[in-house]
Design a protein around this ligand. Structure first.
Ligand SMILES: Nc1nc2c(ncn2[C@@H]2O[C@H](COP(=O)(O)OP(=O)(O)OP(=O)(O)O)[C@@H](O)[C@H]2O)c(=O)[nH]1
Ligand SMILES: C[S@@+](CC[C@H](N)C(=O)[O-])C[C@H]1O[C@@H](n2cnc3c(N)ncnc32)[C@H](O)[C@@H]1O
Ligand code: SF4
Ligand code: SF4
Length: 325
């Protein structure tokens, strides 16, 4: 039976975070000093993450997105992914990464059964890339995209968090990429997860992003896939790729929300911006039915929407790296 929440929304997507660590320090995601490091005992073992994933699939989850922090920095990830890929009933295993380690890992990820990659890339200029990520090399991400293609992955979705005065002048350049590359380039409204001072000045509304691209190119709407995420999709006629807009703050898409989250410490969240979470850890060793029931309850308690509004943010500040984005 399909899994539905209290608002009749079909819930079929789990975002599973395998680590809070990262090899970048993106300014929209964490403070310059990074997030307080958790000890190895705080992070769930792979066997524990597997049990949670299995319970989720047993109650009706069909798509798992592995995320982080940076998922590729966790040792032993590839065999874990291969186990997830083999879960009966799971239709899609996908992963979100900053791309830095794809040159080494893309082929192994593909062999393990990962079906698709989303790669975060906020600038096509080295200096701006550094300004946002605070460390790392743009060229590594570009090499990572090439490695993913060579490994046989379908064209990735490219996630660009648009920030006014920082990289918003690259929106048209990113859209232009889709003319020749089969990527789905997604423009994401900057979300005030950390409640950075004056965050409203950074967020560029999805409407404005589309208007800027629309001043240069015409855009036609594209129908969304069945297990699709939150992006509204378009294509420049004749282009190889497509354009997506994730209006996380303004035209929120919560009415179509299809997901739950579990963090690398075993906290299950019904909403990205929910302050409360269920701690699954004490129940992981119990009968599978116990975890299944807890996850069903989490789905039953999902809020209708986040509490963000253009003029205010009501949540406690958090790092996306700790929750998985
Ligand atoms: N507000 C909000 N933002 C989300 C949610 N899910 C993902 N995002 C944001 O959307 C952006 C892209 O996330 P991805 O990890 O690529 O996942 P996705 O958009 O669900 O991916 P697809 O399933 O491939 O469409 C990130 O900035 C996420 O933080 C959500 O449920 N609510
Ligand atoms: C938390 S990251 C984890 C996966 C991986 N490290 C990466 O960056 O792709 C998941 C997604 O969240 C996005 N994200 C993080 N903080 C954000 C913010 N404040 N607003 C919008 N998107 C954000 C990132 O750009 C990335 O696409
Ligand atoms: S957005 Fe991803 S790559 Fe950037 S700091 Fe957060 S977890 Fe790391
Ligand atoms: S903000 Fe919360 S309710 Fe809205 S789409 Fe994201 S997880 Fe779902």
């Amino acid at each position: 039976m399909p899994l539905t929440d209290g608002y009749g929304r079909r819930i079929n997507y789990l975002r599973l975070s395998v680590t809070d660590r990262c090899n970048l320090r993106c300014r929209y995601c964490m403070p310059a000093a990074g997030v307080a490091k958790l000890g190895h005992d705080d992070i769930l073992r792979y066997e524990e993450l597997y049990r949670i994933a299995r319970a989720a699939v047993a109650i009706g989850i069909e798509k798992i997105r592995v995320t982080g922090g940076e998922p590729l920095v966790r040792k032993g990830l590839v065999p874990f992914l291969a186990r997830l890929a083999a879960l009966p009933g799971l239709r899609q295993l996908v992963l979100t990464t900053n791309g830095l380690l794809l040159p080494e890992l893309a082929a192994d990820l593909r062999r393990a059964g990962v079906q698709r990659l989303n790669v975060s890339l906020d600038s096509l200029r080295s200096a701006t890339f550094r300004q946002i990520a605070r460390t790392g090399e743009l060229q590594r991400v570009l090499d990572g995209l090439a490695a993913a293609e060579a490994a046989g992955f379908p064209p990735p979705k490219i996630n660009m968090v648009v920030m006014r005065g920082i990289n918003d002048d690259e929106v048209v350049d990113f859209a232009r990429l889709t003319l020749t590359r089969p990527y789905q380039v997604r423009f994401i409204e900057y979300m005030p997860a950390t409640r950075e001072e004056n965050w409203q000045a950074l967020t560029v509304a999805g409407r404005e992003i589309l208007a800027r691209i629309g001043a240069e190119f015409s855009l036609e709407p594209v129908a969304k896939g069945e297990l699709a995420g939150p992006a509204e999709e378009f294509r420049i006629p004749g282009a190889a790729g497509t354009i997506g807009v994730i209006s996380a703050v303004s035209g929120h898409f919560c009415g179509d929300c299809n997901r739950i989250r579990v963090t690398s410490t075993g906290l299950a969240k019904g909403c990205l911006f929910a302050d409360d979470a269920f701690d699954l850890r004490p129940f992981i060793a119990a009968e599978p039915a116990v975890l299944e029931e807890l996850l069903r309850r989490l789905v039953g308690c999902k809020p209708a929407r986040h509490g963000l509004a253009p003029e205010q943010a009501a949540h406690r500040p958090f790092s996306m790296a700790k929750v998985g984005g």
